[in-house]
Structure formats: C-alpha cells, structure tokens
Design a protein around this ligand. Structure first.
Ligand code: ADP
Ligand code: ADP
Length: 225
C-alpha cells in the first residue's frame, strides 16, 4: 500500500519559485493498478520521484506499507527502493554495452549467486516473451517493443512488490503498446502493485483507479474513456 498525505512540493532557488504539487493525497492499495494522467509539465514525474523515495516533499507524508519513507535513513531508503520497487521508463534505460541477459541481472549483480540470478533472468525474459536467441544481443539489436519487455524483466529481477512505470508505452506503436499493457495486467493479476503515468487515454482506462494531475492537485477521474 502506497499512501500520500497532503504532499506539497515547490521548486525554488534564488531566482524563482514554482509550486508543482499543492496538496496531493491518495493511496494505492496493494495489488491494484493506479494510473496518473495529466498534461506535460503538470508534475507527474515529480510525483513519481516523490513516491519512489528520490525526492523529499516540502511537507506531507509518503508511506509504503506503513513506513514513512522520508523518515528512513538514506541507506534504508535505498534498500527499500531496491527491494520493493521496480522501475520502467519511456526510454527503456537499458545499458548499451551489456547484453540483454546482463541488463536484466544488473540491478542485483553484486549481491546474488550468479547462476541463480541468470536462471531467474531467463525465466523473466521468457515470461515477457523474449526468445533465447535475443539473450546475447545488445539492446541496439532489438525493436522498441522488445526493449521495453526486457526493461520490464529487469524491473522484476529483485521481485519487487511495486512497479512504477513512467510513460512506458510513450515510444511504442499500438501493437507493442497493447503487448506491454497485457504484460502489466498479467503482473497485476499476480499481485503486483502498479503505478503508471501516461497521457495515452486508452491505457489510462486500464487502471483500477485513474487520477488527473492538474494545477498541482490530483483528482480522481470520473470519466472513464
Ligand atoms: P511531467 O512529468 O508532468 O511532464 P514534471 O514533474 O517533469 O512534469 O515537471 C513539472 C514541472 O516542474 C515542470 O515545469 C518542470 O520544469 C519543473 N521541474 C521539475 N524538476 C525540477 C527541478 N529539479 N527544479 C526546478 N523545476 C523543476
Ligand atoms: P520496430 O518495427 O518495432 O521498430 P525493428 O525494425 O527495429 O522493429 O526490428 C525488427 C526486428 O529486427 C526485431 O525483432 C529485432 O530483433 C530485429 N533487429 C533490429 N535491429 C537489429 C540489429 N541491429 N541486429 C539484429 N537484429 C535486429
């Protein structure tokens, strides 16, 4: 369960100050899919950074499974991120000089038995529909849809409870987009908690809850598209 209470965030320096989040409260029940939509620049990425422990709010509470994450020490918060949260990005963020298989194991490279880790990576790649023939390729040898499937496998390597997806289908055509949505739905049905940011209304509709971020506040979207 992710819970935000009265989250407020201002970006300011000597020259300017801009209020990005005025007063944001919402919760994401474990095992549900929540979508956040909103215009470009409305603060969606800022909100995801706050949820994932990367950006402290100026006021308000952010808790994950009852733990106020900004009361943790930095190492505790990093540990929580590594274990509990998987990340999927619009631009995939695969490392160009590592094979597909190595990209998937990289998040745990230093602390797990390698043989077991590779076995798990292969299992995850199978699950997202990446064939063995692609395992030893570099990311440049894959299509966009394939890259995003690899990125999803990577996000799952530590078996996190939550997946945070920032415009995961923003660079994909319709067919690949639908494929990624199907994989995310499957993961939700396996009990993962999904928070997804998009401006594609067709995917927004797949969420159990849809919120709109406009003018620093989040409102539950009543209109299902
Ligand atoms: P979205 O993801 O909805 O496009 P962002 O969260 O990326 O929106 O950005 C919201 C606004 O906050 C933008 O106007 C952006 O320029 C501003 N912003 C984001 N990060 C910073 C920062 N570190 N310092 C100052 N302004 C920022
Ligand atoms: P898309 O139409 O989704 O952009 P691409 O045209 O990039 O897909 O790729 C189509 C297929 O060709 C994919 O299955 C991919 O694995 C393969 N492919 C693309 N680039 C390379 C490459 N540099 N080396 C080997 N195979 C490649």
């Amino acid at each position: 369960m992710i819970e935000l209470k009265n989250v407020h965030k201002v970006f300011k320096n000597k020259y300017y100050s801009t209020e990005i989040l005025t007063d944001v409260s919402f919760s994401v029940p474990t095992g549900s899919w929540t979508t956040i939509v909103g215009p470009s620049g409305s603060g969606k990425s800022t909100l995801l950074n706050i949820i994932s422990g990367l950006l402290p709010p100026d006021s308000g509470n952010v808790s994950i499974n009852g733990t106020n994450i900004y009361q943790l020490t930095d190492p505790e918060r990093s540990e929580l991120r590594r274990k509990e949260i998987g990340f999927v990005f619009q631009d995939f963020k695969l490392l160009p000089y590592y094979s597909i298989l190595d990209n998937v194991i990289l998040p745990l490279y230093y602390d797990r038995d390698k043989k077991q880790l590779y076995a798990r990576a292969e299992e995850l790649l199978n699950m997202v529909g990446i064939s063995e023939a692609l395992f030893s390729r570099l990311p440049e040898g894959l299509s966009g849809g394939e890259k995003q499937r690899v990125a999803i496998a990577r996000s799952l390597i530590a078996n996190p409870q939550m997946l945070i997806c920032d415009e995961p289908t923003g660079n994909l055509d319709r067919e690949n987009r639908d494929n990624i949505v199907d994989i995310l739905l499957k993961l939700k049905n396996q009990g993962k908690t999904i928070v997804l940011v998009t401006h594609d209304m067709e995917i927004a509709d797949r969420g159990d809850e849809v919120y709109r971020l406009i003018n620093g506040t989040l409102t539950q979207s009543e209109v299902r598209v």
